[in-house]
Design a protein around this ligand. Structure first.
Ligand SMILES: *Cc1c(COP(=O)(O)O)cnc(C)c1O
Length: 430
């Protein structure tokens, strides 16, 4: 596709990054199921290995199918480049890797996907990194948590599972003042509903496993770079601003400018950490993204109907959906995600833990699974599953207390979803 900055989202989600296959004219992007690529000659091979010429060497680093997906995602998020990886969790490590070093820390929101809380509070310690958890709504606390060793601020745009909407404009201003990048996990909102870069984010990460692929068929992740951060403004980011010994002293920021983070992600991150997305998975995700806007519209319409219905149900204590006028985040959502807040929310049931477990077991149309963002409606009791490793305090802070069920509304008929929820609520209280 030729450069078309005026194309709308629906057009770009189908065309960005793709062109008919130069060898065969194939209209759909082929799955380049190959490990390696033949060099034209020894000189060409040397230039590729020196990063003097961009091209394909080996599929741990780059692959043409994956490259189309990277360009499409960078376009949809309004970034300059993207690096796909094997999962959302891989993307989070890949986003932090060029910024961090032993002794450094990242300031993160307490309202995160349960697996991210575990990754940040436990696993990254093995690298000598630490995470400082803060209430991301408390901007003074965010500012106070930042110290000389902080290298990034991390939050979710619309938090899984509680549906909290982060004030990205305000948080990015705090990060900016401290000379730090803001990393935003945009998994729950997708670029159709929220574009974090327009609200000051430096990097955007996704679990593509969820809405981007959209049908529960693959695991994947991506890091998208805004290209706007000045990595050389301080001495805090030597991986990007200082000479890289593994490439004959090349300086990524000086050499690649706004593409420094993306080149580093491929040439160092994928090369040495190896968390690569396979071309088959990239193909499924490309197919999913073609209908992203249509699905997100229906997810949102259905969630608005179901959440409004649940809110008035006698067995329900509360619904945390930012698309409901009763939500404390309703006003903020109009600014951060004006087209709606997606299909994910939690519902607090009267009757606590026991009622939640019985409710989940009684649902028929909803599937009880550890996933979200599928065409199918899904449900899970976070406290006994995805957030099980957390303390009760961490569960509460993440919006996943014992009386709370997470619901991912699919694109079925809303009336059918409501009927199923109604019979399960009644069964849970029989
Ligand atoms: C699922 C999820 C992740 C992790 O992604 P995987 O693809 O499962 O590794 C990260 N953040 C959010 C918000 C998620 O929902």
């Amino acid at each position: 596709m030729s450069e078309g900055p005026s194309y709308g989202f629906d057009t770009l989600q189908i065309h960005a990054g793709a062109r008919p296959d130069p060898a065969t004219g194939a209209r759909n992007t082929p799955i380049y199921q190959t490990t390696a690529y033949v060099f034209r000659d020894a000189e060409h091979a040397a230039a590729l290995f020196n990063l003097q010429e961009v091209g394909y060497i080996y599929s741990r680093l780059t692959n043409p199918t994956v490259a189309v997906l990277q360009e499409r995602l960078a376009t949809l998020e309004g970034g300059v480049g993207a690096v796909c990886c094997s999962s959302g969790h891989a993307a989070q490590i890949m986003a932090l890797f060029p910024l961090m070093a032993p002794g450094r820390n990242v300031v993160v929101s307490t309202r995160l996907y349960g697996g991210s809380i575990t990754q940040f509070s436990q696993t990254i310690k093995r690298f000598g990194w630490t995470a400082k958890f803060v209430d991301i709504d408390d901007l003074d606390a965010v500012e106070a948590a930042i110290d000389d060793d902080t290298r990034a601020v991390f939050c979710e745009a619309v938090a899984n599972p509680g549906g909290h909407v982060a004030d990205l404009d305000a948080i990015s201003a705090v990060a900016d003042k401290a000379g730090l990048p803001l990393i935003v996990d945009n998994t729950s909102a997708t670029p159709y509903l929220c574009r974090p870069i327009e609200h000051g984010a430096t990097l955007v990460v996704h679990s593509m496993t969820k809405y981007l692929t959209g049908n529960g068929s693959v695991t994947g992740g991506v890091v998208i770079d805004s290209g706007k951060f000045d990595w050389s403004a301080s001495d805090k980011f030597p991986s990007l601003s200082e000479p890289e010994p593994a490439y004959h002293g090349l300086k990524f920021h000086e050499t690649f400018g706004p593409l420094a983070f993306t080149f580093h992600g491929i040439a160092i991150g994928l090369r040495d950490l190896g968390m690569t997305l396979n071309p088959q998975a990239a193909h499924y995700t490309l197919m999913g993204i073609e209908t992203l806007s249509l699905r997100m519209e229906r997810h949102t319409q259905n969630a608005e109907k179901v959440a409004a219905w649940l809110e008035t149900h006698p067995h329900v204590d509360g619904v945390t959906y930012a698309g409901l006028p009763s939500s404390p985040y309703y006003e903020r959502a109009q600014r951060i995600c004006p087209k709606g807040t997606g299909g994910l929310f939690t519902v607090a049931l009267k009757g606590g833990y026991d009622a939640c477990v019985k409710f989940v077991d009684s649902l028929e149309l909803f599937s009880h699974v550890a996933n979200l963002g599928d065409t199918r409606s899904l449900v899970i009791h976070s406290a006994s599953t995805t957030h099980r490793q957390l303390t009760p305090e961490q569960q509460e802070a993440a919006g996943a207390g014992a009386n709370v069920v997470r619901i991912s509304i699919g694109i079925e008929n809303a009336e059918d979803l409501i009927a199923d929820l109604d019979q399960a609520l009644n069964a849970a209280h029989a």
